[in-house]
Design a protein around this ligand. Structure first.
Ligand code: SAH
Length: 409
């Protein structure tokens, strides 16, 4: 799934740390989660939250020390159950239906009934579906034999609106007793606002296929961030921790120093969130994004929020920026929020030609961030300030906003 980018699910077991030659055990004796070791989604669950924050702060400081000042990390007041999107793979173990995550590097399912990072309502719905399959004679899909129907369930919840989307990923379009299943699920969970069947009939590690059928409701949910409303469908990337995302976006937009006149680029814009939130303070905004579904949602989002000074393009960000530079266009501010792999030299070369005074880099991987900052520095830009944010408590991931300025300004 493309939005693995920020999902923070990676296997690694926390080791003891050693200090001054003496070993201290800084992890809890008994894990808060019975499957945390097998699942590996929350590498730091058993380390006190304050220590996790210190570690992330240190990591960002070490990587950015030579570039700019790093402010203290913004952590969460309540760092549990923050994920608004929950994915579960379905299968059998000893004749019983199980759902959960794949053990790293395998397609073996680790059963997860409850997770301390995931929205509790979403986990409850997945549990209900697990319990319903037998009576509806729905078999889970077996990758080896190709038999069975249900592959995955995805639940997304708009924290601000309470809207809930359930995506049933099936291996075949034929879904016997579909209507009864949908009715029974809605009876058990009246809070569900839409149910979608997604067809994934390929041998692939991607969760979602390309074809969808709306079984109930609108086929999407809405959520609110920084006072704007966003349309969220099953596939495009949407930040999984909305509480922290609001703070991150506010910081990023403040760092841009907008006065109302600027030409702004929102690169790697997803469903257009940063650009739409910033548009009220800018002259005009241009968003660019590779994923077609995301661009479609972005256009809808601009319209829904009555934001008229924004346009979206579906393209590779580097190629698009190079095209703008070739056409002699200019930009005053560039927001960039690339995936974990970071940006490209092509993108940064084009930024240099477009000549923005400020670049606001939103990064979910401080290592590629540091690498890209070195490129920017060779091009007449300098990182000024960095603000780390903990978007993924209990995982090893850390997000940061960096203000980069043209050296001659
Ligand atoms: N700014 C958005 C999305 C960030 S996630 C937000 O805050 O929600 C990164 C986005 O970059 C994803 O939507 C992904 O589809 C997109 N992306 C990945 N590679 C890209 C590329 N080469 N060019 C443009 N967009 C890309």
């Amino acid at each position: 799934m493309e939005d693995r980018k920020k999902s923070g699910k990676k296997n690694r077991v926390e080791n003891d740390e050693s200090r001054g030659g003496q070993k201290h055990r800084k992890v809890r004796e008994k894990s808060l989660c019975p499957v945390s070791k097998k699942c590996g989604g929350c590498q730091m669950l058993d380390i006190p939250y304050e220590r996790q924050l210190l570690r992330k702060q240190k990591q960002v400081e070490e990587l950015l020390r030579d570039h700019c000042r790093v402010y203290p990390i913004t952590g969460m007041k309540n760092p549990f159950y923050y994920r608004n999107k929950v994915h579960a793979a379905f299968g059998y173990r000893k004749g019983e239906v199980i759902s959960g995550v794949y053990k790293e590097g395998t397609h073996e399912i680790v059963a997860v009934d409850r997770c301390m990072l995931e929205d509790q309502k979403a986990d409850e719905i997945i549990g209900t579906i697990r319990g319903m399959l037998k009576s509806f004679k729905i078999r889970t899909y077996d990758e080896d034999t190709g038999y069975g129907l249900l592959r995955h369930v995805l639940v997304k919840r708009g924290f601000a609106t309470g809207q809930v989307m359930v995506v049933l990923v099936t291996a075949s379009p034929v879904f016997p007793s579909r209507n009864n299943f949908v009715r029974a699920l809605r009876d058990r969970h009246p809070e569900i606002t839409t149910i979608v069947q997604n067809l994934n009939d390929r041998q692939t590690s991607m969760v979602l296929g390309d074809k969808e059928k709306v079984l109930y409701g609108k086929g999407y949910i809405e959520d609110e961030l920084c006072g704007k409303r966003f349309h969220i469908s099953s596939r495009p990337f949407y930040q999984v921790n909305p509480v922290q995302t609001e703070m991150l976006y506010r910081r990023a937009i403040e760092a841009a120093g907008l006065t109302g006149k600027e030409t702004v680029i929102d690169a790697y814009c997803g469903i257009g969130t940063i650009g739409i939130i910033a548009a009220g303070k800018a002259g005009k905004v241009v968003g660019v994004e590779l994923n077609q579904d995301a661009v479609r949602d972005a256009v809808r989002n601009a319209r829904g929020n009555k934001v008229e000074n924004i346009q979206f393009y579906c393209n590779d960000a580097g190629r698009f920026m190079t095209g703008m530079a070739r056409d002699g266009e200019q930009a005053d501010v560039v927001f960039m929020d690339p995936p974990r792999g970071g940006s490209t030299e092509e993108f940064m070369e084009a930024v240099k030609i477009l000549g923005p005074r400020r670049v606001v880099y939103v990064s979910c991987n401080p290592e590629t961030l540091a690498r890209d900052l070195r490129v920017f520095e060779k091009m007449g830009y300098r990182a000024r300030e960095a603000w780390p944010f903990d978007l993924f408590p209990h995982t090893e991931h850390v997000e940061a906003v960096v203000l980069i300025q043209r050296k001659d300004t």
